[in-house]
Ligand binder design. Structure first.
Ligand code: UDX
Ligand code: UDX
Length: 458
């Protein structure tokens, strides 16, 4: 079949895979190829065991794969054929040298740019899909410019706003699509080509075009604002626990102000995920590098509160259980950083598990999707841990249940049955405020929610 356009995506991860699957489904006249250096990942995308779990993803892949969506490790062929290249490789926080622990590690991005010039015979549009520090496009343009064939490449910023667990829905019905370009004739023409892709299914008024730098920075700012809301409500949850105010009542009362809005005000044991911390650290680093110390400190506090919240959660567990959890079995319900994903990157679950193991507790971890990642996250870490698909099993002989992830299945368990098989006194620490605390208290549990008075039988 002759396709109208060839689109390549480099990086078949949480962002690249689902995004390209949706573009393929919505643009049947385009050929979409996704390449990755990780052969195992590509094998996964070509099998029935997809490398990531997302509701609705499997169906879309079945509909499009080998029709106009292809997964491959052949980077050279992919680049040669492509008119448009989306780059969606990871940009982790640097662990070495200047900016360690703060700045983005752009080595994969740079290697990718080198590969693009090596295999390109004609003009291409390069789209930054990975979240990148503002002004990265400038560095990329310099690398791309230095090519033997004197080719011109247009660099476009098109950050992805999807959230894990709802990736397909977010891609199908985005709040907005952001496309940044140079305001030159060639830049605007390239931006129009990217607009044309999304215009297949996204209403025109939701496609925002800006200059390149605004687009790059908007992505960091959007994540920083979202994380800031969580840290704001989490900071208030600590105050609630001292004052008998209830954080869910406050979130409701405050969130009904239409200027504030009700979403992203769920107090929790802390936010996780691959983006929030990384992107804020990046923002902090950039601000600091321009000498904007106050701006950097302001945003850094969002991360500090998140660390404080996780620490506080663990300390509360230990204190409530009479200051020792040695040899006590604790069931962690959930390990993923949020529900509906198997992803555990920066999950507060990892922090909680490690701290409880340091205190010599016996852990039993149940999660419907994240057990493989949990195993690998805790491998090499001393302690007694078991992994269970069945939460009922995980709770047998446990002294405490800790809700880490807000999976629906945990909301509707038979807690009377669980209580009967637990050691007494039995505790529940609800790190997501998803359970019916009064009911659990009546069953006999000592209940510790986030930002609400504890219900105890002592
Ligand atoms: C990544 C970034 O973390 C995020 O900042 C950005 O917004 C989008 O890309 P994600 O898709 O979640 O997010 O990352 P990951 O699942 O790690 O996928 C990246 C993929 O790129 C991996 O499969 C990796 O093997 C691949 N990769 C990395 C390459 O193909 N080539 C490289 O040189 C480096
Ligand atoms: C986030 C952004 O939402 C998305 O737009 C961006 O593209 C990538 O980063 P993601 O990390 O996948 O997406 O999930 P998100 O739903 O934002 O949740 C992040 C963390 O915050 C999770 O650990 C979640 O449990 C936590 N959270 C979220 C809360 O603790 N309280 C809330 O009210 C909302």
């Amino acid at each position: 079949m002759n396709f109208k356009k060839n689109i390549l995506c480099i990086g078949a991860g949480y962002v690249g895979g689902p995004t390209m699957a949706v573009i393929a489904a919505k643009c049947p006249e385009y050929k979409i190829t996704v390449v990755d250096i990780n052969e195992e990942r590509i094998r996964g995308w070509n099998s029935d065991q997809l490398p990531i779990f997302e509701p609705g993803l499997h169906e879309i892949i079945q509909e499009t794969r080998d029709k106009n969506l292809f997964f491959s490790i052949d980077m050279k062929k992919g680049i040669e054929e492509a008119d448009i290249i989306f780059v969606s490789v990871n940009t982790p926080t640097k662990t070495f040298g200047y900016g360690a622990g703060m700045a983005s590690d752009l080595q994969y991005w740079e290697k990718t740019a080198q590969q693009i010039i090596e295999h390109s015979e004609d003009h291409k549009i390069i789209v930054e899909k990975s979240t990148l520090p503002v002004k990265t496009a400038q560095a990329m343009e310099r690398i791309l410019k230095d090519n033997k064939n004197h080719l011109h490449f247009d660099v476009i910023s098109n950050p992805e706003f999807l959230a894990e667990g709802s990736a397909i829905k977010d891609l199908m019905e985005p709040d907005r699509v952001l496309i940044g370009s140079h305001q030159t004739e060639s830049g605007l023409k390239a931006a129009k080509e990217i607009v044309d892709i999304y215009a297949h299914w996204v209403p025109k008024e939701k496609i925002i075009t800006t200059n390149l730098w605004s687009s790059e920075l908007s992505k960091l700012v959007a994540n920083a604002f979202l994380a800031q809301r969580i840290s704001s409500i989490n900071s208030i949850s600590a105050l609630c626990e001292k004052t008998e105010a209830e954080v869910t009542e406050i979130a409701y009362a405050v969130g009904t102000d239409s200027r504030i809005g009700s979403r992203f005000l769920n107090a929790s044991l802390g936010f996780g995920g691959s983006c929030f911390k990384k992107d804020i650290l990046n923002l902090v680093y950039i601000a600091r590098s321009y000498g904007l110390v106050e701006v950097a400190d302001y945003w850094e506090a969002v991360i500090k509160i998140n660390e404080y919240q996780q620490e506080r959660f663990v300390t509360n567990i230990i204190k409530a259980m009479f200051n020792t959890i040695v040899d006590k079995k604790i069931a962690l319900l959930g390990f993923a950083f949020k529900a509906n994903t198997g992803d555990t990157r920066e999950s507060p679950g990892k922090y909680v598990a490690k701290k409880l193991l340091e205190e010599k507790a016996i852990l039993s971890i149940a999660d419907p999707q994240a057990l493989d990642n949990a195993r690998s996250d805790l491998s090499g870490f001393d302690g007694n841990v078991s992994y269970e698909m069945d939460p009922y099993h995980a709770a047998i002989d446990a002294s405490a249940i800790v809700i880490v992830t807000e999976w629906d299945v945990f909301k509707n368990l038979d807690y009377t049955r669980i209580f009967e098989r637990m050691k007494k006194p039995a505790f529940v620490f609800d790190g997501r405020n998803i359970l019916n605390h009064q009911m659990l208290f009546k069953i006999g549990f000592n209940v510790y929610p986030i930002g609400k008075p504890a219900l105890t039988h002592f």
